[in-house]
Design a protein around this ligand. Structure first.
Ligand code: NAP
Length: 247
């Protein structure tokens, strides 16, 4: 069975990716940062679908955690075919003039350093130049990278622009090594990320401005991720696919 690693899969988009992946026939390794109980519930759903699940605590901003997480996948499954680099945070909402360095450094550490560390470990295992069998990487970016998110979180938008560029460059770097690298750019999706950034009312405020007239669901993002990971997207690499209702 193919093996998928999903980072930040205890809730929201990552949890949907894990569940959809199990339904599509993947064994799933799923990571979380703090909420073990939530991650275990997602793992139970994966197992209920007849697939194997591995739950790993890993702060993706920490190199030692990321390396240990991949080694646990090696020990448990012996292979890694696909990864969804999903874990991400917005940090506190606000204008750039009110931004504190701690928020900026944490958002860049989780969203950018974390994505690079996970991509590095995946390539080390998947690259045919390193004895791997190839694979697929999907990064969960954001439409914020293109919109800039003024007045909300320019720092977060900038972190997602960085992972977009990582996607473009890495896709070309490993294109002859059996690895495809793509990203999805979700728009406004119904998860806890907005409330955790301090703006629970954000979704209701912005939803009417979305061209399709509504907020998206985590499953709608997960379906795009699973498609990009699959052979149905075999000629697609370096793409950043908006999943944003036209926003
Ligand atoms: P969410 O509901 O807040 O879930 C975030 C997940 O990431 C949780 O599983 C959390 O684990 C994990 N996580 C947080 N910090 C972590 C860290 N340092 N190391 C490892 N895992 C960590 O967020 P979401 O909305 O599903 O977002 C998932 C991704 O989609 C993010 O990259 C986000 O930027 C992107 N995105 C979301 C939206 C949206 O509107 N929701 C739009 C565009 C892009 P714990 O619970 O265990 O801490």
């Amino acid at each position: 069975m193919p093996v998928l690693l999903v980072t930040g899969a205890s809730r929201g988009i990552g949890a949907s990716i894990a569940r959809r992946a199990a339904a599509a026939g993947y064994d799933v390794a799923l990571t979380y940062a703090d909420d073990r109980e939530a991650a275990l519930r997602v793992a139970a759903d994966v197992e209920a679908a007849g697939r194997r699940a591995l739950v790993i605590r890993a702060d993706v901003a920490r190199e030692d955690h990321v390396v240990a997480a991949f080694e646990e996948v090696d020990r448990t499954f012996g292979t890694l075919d696909a990864i969804a680099i999903n874990a991400g945070i917005t940090g506190r909402f606000g204008r750039v003039e009110d931004l504190d360095a701690e928020t900026l450094q944490r958002v860049l550490a989780v969203n950018v350093v974390g994505a690079f560390l996970c991509a590095r470990e995946a390539v080390r295992r998947m690259s045919t130049q390193r004895g791997g069998s190839g694979g697929a990487i999907v990064v969960v970016s954001s439409r914020a990278a293109g919109l800039g998110s003024p007045g909300e979180y320019v720092h977060y938008a900038a972190s997602k622009a960085a992972v977009d560029t990582m996607t473009l460059g890495l896709a070309k770097e490993v294109s002859r090594e059996g690895i495809r690298v793509n990203a999805v750019a979700p728009g406004l999706i119904d998860t806890e990320i907005h409330a955790r950034g301090g703006r629970p009312e954000r979704v209701a405020q912005i939803a009417p401005t979305v061209p399709l007239g509504r907020i998206g669901t985590p499953d709608e993002v997960a379906d795009a991720v699973l498609w990009l990971l699959s052979d149905a997207a075999s000629y697609i690499t370096g793409a950043i696919v908006p999943v944003s209702g036209g926003r």
